[in-house]
Design a protein around this ligand. Sequence first.
Ligand SMILES: Nc1nc2c(ncn2[C@@H]2O[C@H](COP(=O)(O)OP(=O)(O)OP(=O)(O)O)[C@@H](O)[C@H]2O)c(=O)[nH]1
Ligand SMILES: [Mg+2]
Length: 424
Amino acid sequence: MRIGLVGKPNVGKSTFFSAATLAKVDIANYPFCTIDPNVGVAFIAAPQECPCKTLRERLESEGRLEPILSTDTRKGSICEPRTGSCIGHVRLVPTFLVDVAGLVPGASEGKGRGNAFLADLANCDALIQVVDAAGLTDIEGNPIAASEDIESSLGEEITFLTKELDSWIYGILNEGWSRGSRRVQAEGEKGLSTFLHERFTGLGANLSHVLQAIDGFRNQWGDIDTPWMWEEGKVRSLAFYLRQQLFPIHIAANKADSAKGEPWNKITSNGIIQPTMADMELALRRADSGGMISYSPGNHTFTIADESKLNPAQINALSTMKEKLAESKGTGVAKLLSRVLFDALDHVVVFPVADENAWKDGDGRILPDAFVVPNGIEAKALAYKVHSDLGDGFIKAVDGRTRRIVGSEHECGDNDVIKIHAKS
Ligand SMILES: Nc1nc2c(ncn2[C@@H]2O[C@H](COP(=O)(O)OP(=O)(O)OP(=O)(O)O)[C@@H](O)[C@H]2O)c(=O)[nH]1
Ligand SMILES: [Mg+2]
């Protein structure tokens, strides 16, 4: 999975990115601080408890494992993740994040950093638009005294970005439009879907995106009859439906710590709207990696490791953060990523294993892999995600919880443990 961070300059995209990935990137209070995109991996807590909890309970009841010791640093987890980690049965799974340069009005016509960074968004499964909920910047990202009319400046910020993305998609669509409409003339509606699929495959489009976009378009405009006669507005409308499918946009109402009131409650979006405090998340995660505090992303509080090692200014700053964190019920950063991945994109976590009883791989590692996949993915499609040989040689699968044998079309659900049998 790949989630892109977009928005006008100087809103906190790189701060959000760094807080979520712990990668070191440039952050500054001026526009276009980021030029080349940053790509990193964020680890997100799986929505359900890791199956290693069920496994532990089974082993304990069979007398094959001692109960959890109070000194256990992994708080009972017994899985051995190849990537990510698991403590207290909270399994962290990876997702890619992309932090791109700020977008200014006119970008799709080449203004600011132009189309170059629009292309950096290709292959993102969803976008998070970071907006400045404190109103500390103008539309081009220049610092200003806090905006008086935050509601309309947020509205403007959101509309302009959607319009830029729509125009970008329109540009690509329009360039090949005469060829596309000729195909519809020859092949009917099928010609349109094939054309759109081919045209946008480089941006990560699959057939289902295209068919859903056509559906939305048809609901508004009726039958797709004579596209070669369409006026510009109708082609733009098709571009809009395509953009919605290719790049659904969710909102991080950032700098929530400095916002007056809760302006995010007054904006509208087709996606999720989540207040965030990226700056605080970054500070907390850095303090945690430095051993100063113990903090897990998503938590509403943290503990100080050893107060005697801190100076009064540090203690003061930490206690202010603690209050703010409790009041806001977390910084919102991990929460938003989780909501986008698991709720909006409807993905689930599935655990392929080689041994359906012990839930181990061929090397004896317990539950080493956690795959983030679309909800209801068929067993054979999952096999292909694990390894193309497993997909090609697919014979059957076994549900590791029920031990039932299932076929290639079996739909996998959240937290399933699956053994795949394939011809070698
Ligand atoms: N008050 C507050 N300031 C924040 C927050 N997040 C980021 N900032 C500040 O906003 C400024 C811009 O942050 P960046 O992360 O560089 O913003 P950007 O969107 O990547 O900017 P460009 O790369 O220039 O497009 C910095 O001064 C950050 O410290 C936040 O949650 N609250
Ligand atoms: Mg940046």
